[in-house]
Structures are given as C-alpha cells and as structure tokens.
Design a protein around this ligand. Structure first.
Ligand code: TRP
Ligand code: SF4
Length: 409
C-alpha cells in the first residue's frame, strides 16, 4: 500500500532530560532514570542538564549547596557512563536562553493551566511549612516547557510524576504555533517550499501528506518528518511551514514533544518503600563497600520470620523486591523455595544482593573517584556541553522572536 518507506523515522531526533541537583545520586536514580539515559545516548542526540533553577523554585531559602550538588551530580552521571562524546551535559543556569523563552511563553500561558498541574498543589501540601505560593513555583512546569521546547526535543524521558509537565508543554507549543504560525499566504508558501525539495522528494512528500490527511496514516507523517529533516535546500522557515502543512495547520515553530516513560521508575529502598533520600532508605552510587554490606545485612525481612527455621513469605519482604532487580530466574527460584521452606537463612538470601550491588557499584565508584581527582575535566565537559546547548537554544530563540514579530537583532 502507498509509498515504500524510503526514509525511516528520524533517529537524529533530540532527546532532553534534566534532574534537579540533589547531590550524590543513589541506586533509585540509577535504575529509575540513568540506565534509560545510557541507552538513549547511543540512539539520539541527547541533552542532559542540571536543573538548578528548578531547585530554586522549591529551595530558594537554602541555596548554599546548589553549586556543589550540581557538580556531584554530574560526576555521578559520568561515573555511570554518560559519555560526553555522545551526549551534551550542561547546567540550566548557564544557558540563559531558557529564561528568555520562559518569559515569552509566560505571555501566552493561561494561569489556569499552571494551577491545574497536579504537582502544584501536591508539592504545596507535601512541603508544608514552606511558602510555595510564589510566582516562581507556579511557573515551575512552564520553565520545564521552555527547557524542552528550546531544543525542539522530540522525546523527553521522564518518570510518571513528570508526564503532566510534558503534557502542558505540548499544549503550550500548540498554542504558540496556533498564535504565531499563521500567515495569510501560508498554503502558497508551503507549495513553493515543496518545489525546493527536488522532484523526487517533492513527490514523496505529497504522497505521504495525502496518506496522512486522507487516510489518517500516522506512520506516513513520521516518515515525512524524517524526509523533511534531511532536506538541505529548504530553509528553516520553509521547514516549519512544511511540518505544519503536513498536518493541515500553520507553521510549526515549536514541535510538540513526547514523554518517554521510564519503564522501571520505582526502585525499592532498604525498607521496602520507594528508594528516596527523604525516606532515608538509600544506597548511594558511591557508598563504600562496608556500608553497602551493612545496610543490606540489616535490612528488615518478613516480620514473621523471626527464627532461622521459621518459613517466610517473600511477598512480605523488601529483600525479595531487590531480587526482582538483581537476580536471574535461577537465583529467584532458589531463594523463593529456600525462604518458604526455611531452607536458607535471611543472610544467605541477602548475600546475593550484597554481591550484585557491590559488583554494580565497584566500577561506578572507581570512575567517580577519577573525576573527583580531576574536577577541571568535569568543568570542561560542562562548559562544552553548555556551548553545544547554547548554539541550539539561540537558533530556536531566533525562530521564536521572528515568529513573534520582535525587532530583529
Ligand atoms: N522537573 C524535573 C524533575 O523534577 C526536572 C526537569 C526540569 C526536567 N526541566 C526538565 C525533566 C525538562 C525533563 C525535561 O525531575
Ligand atoms: Fe526475605 Fe530472603 Fe529472608 Fe525470605 S529469606 S524473608 S526473602 S530475606
């Protein structure tokens, strides 16, 4: 049916994600987020940044550690294997373009959109005792939208709790394109732009557009987008037109991103709750071996298993939850059987986890040490990532200013 898929959906698409600087990271960050980044960096043009302004929105009264925590966090990214050659690592506050886009987007964002983002009320309730009725905190998700849109990111890897923010970003982008992507002679300009692609590509574009608009074929639109990305002879403005023309809307200046949900976003902590600094149940990525050993050895187990020969119920034990992360089927079976028949003791059971965590952390700890001894190398990586980021961010802002009709500079 239709045109053969001469072009695959774009793989050079940009991926962006950020983390607030919380200092040294733990296994929850590793299994929930970083492992995902590690995979993405090989397939996409990845931008990973320290969201230090976002930290200010909630911690404006305790800013003393932000710089230190930011560097520590980047060291952990590097230590787990985020490669500065494959991804761009930078700090939000070093790319002031995010702030300019945030300001411009604030002009078109209804207050009600921000007030109904679930994290707004949730966090205010959670952080009682802190005044979060601030302008900056209300704008938190819009700043995040600016972070994403300034790179025209196609995908944003996030946990469940951030999906609403990506959704807001899509709405804001749509509104922006609707308000500023209209031109009186849009269709004529788009047709003229098609002509600039060369005969063969123009024909392909028209066929794909037809497949989408007349048959609702969504695959066709992905292929058409990839085709457009590749065009060397088409100006940026014309590309924006042709992206929009595909969908039957005006120019698309800010494309809508997709949330890439992290599969395993909840790593269990030492007490069976989600691993989180605020529950004091973490193992940090640079935890020393003795401490890893001790923390796991003293983990609570099935409370019914008091003596060695009491059988246990793995379903009631946080150690069992860790086996789901670390053990293969064979070990899991052995442990399950041993637990329910009192064939093994809890320490035997924990030994598997201790060994697995030690093996996982050993290279991370070692690489972190190397970077700690060469902070200037870390600084250089951040500076270079920042230069790359600014280059893209400046281009987007040029597009945005032009679309808004601000005086050119
Ligand atoms: N809000 C995110 C968090 O708390 C961090 C963040 C800021 C982010 N800007 C972003 C994540 C842009 C993805 C994309 O984890
Ligand atoms: Fe938990 Fe393992 Fe002890 Fe069973 S044997 S209670 S799964 S630690």
């Amino acid at each position: 049916m239709g045109v053969p898929l001469a072009v695959q959906p774009a793989k050079n698409e940009r991926v962006l994600s950020g983390m607030r600087p919380t200092g040294a990271l733990h296994l929850g960050h590793y299994h929930g987020v970083l492992k995902n980044w590690l995979e993405l960096q090989h397939s996409y043009d990845c931008f990973f940044f320290v969201a230090d302004w976002h930290a200010l929105t909630t911690h404006y009264d305790e800013t003393g550690n932000i710089a230190h925590d930011s560097i520590e966090m980047v060291i952990d990214w590097l230590a787990v294997g985020i490669l500065p050659g494959s991804s761009h690592i930078f700090v939000q506050s070093h790319v002031p373009e995010h702030a300019e886009l945030h300001l411009l987007l604030s002009m078109i964002t209804p207050l009600s959109w921000l007030e109904r983002v679930p994290s707004y009320k949730d966090q205010q309730e959670k952080l009682q005792g802190k005044d979060l009725a601030t302008y900056g905190f209300l704008g938190y998700p819009l700043l995040q939208s600016a972070d994403i849109l300034i790179y025209k990111a196609g995908s944003v890897p996030v946990g469940e709790d951030q999906v609403a923010h990506v959704e807001l970003t899509r709405e804001v982008a749509r509104r922006f394109n609707f308000l500023y992507g209209n031109e009186p002679d849009f269709a004529e300009k788009a047709e003229a732009a098609i002509g600039k692609m060369g005969k063969k590509n123009a024909k392909l574009y028209r066929q794909l557009r037809k497949r989408y608009t007349e048959q609702g074929d969504v695959e066709a639109i992905d292929v058409a987008r990839a085709l457009l990305e590749e065009q060397q002879n088409v100006s940026l403005g014309d590309k924006e037109r042709l992206f929009g023309y595909l969908e039957g809307v005006g120019k698309i200046i800010l494309p809508e991103p997709k949330a890439l949900l992290t599969k395993q976003s909840k790593m269990v902590g030492l007490d069976g709750q989600k691993m989180s600094k605020s529950y004091n149940n973490t193992i940090s990525l640079r935890e020393d071996p003795d401490s890893v050993d001790k923390k796991i050895r003293t983990m609570p187990t099935d409370p019914a298993r008091v003596r060695r020969n009491d059988p246990g119920d793995p379903g009631k034990c946080p150690v069992w939850a860790l086996h789901q992360v670390y053990s293969d089927e064979e070990i899991k079976q052995k442990v399950h059987e041993g637990c329910t028949t009192a064939g093994i003791g809890c320490l035997d059971c924990k030994r598997y986890i201790i060994d697995a965590v030690q093996a996982e952390l050993e290279p991370i700890r070692r690489r972190a040490q190397e970077y700690l001894q060469d902070i200037s190398a870390v600084q250089t990586i951040i500076d270079e990532g920042c230069d790359d980021a600014r280059e893209v961010a400046r281009d987007t802002l040029d597009d945005v200013r032009r679309a808004l009709g601000l005086i050119e500079r």
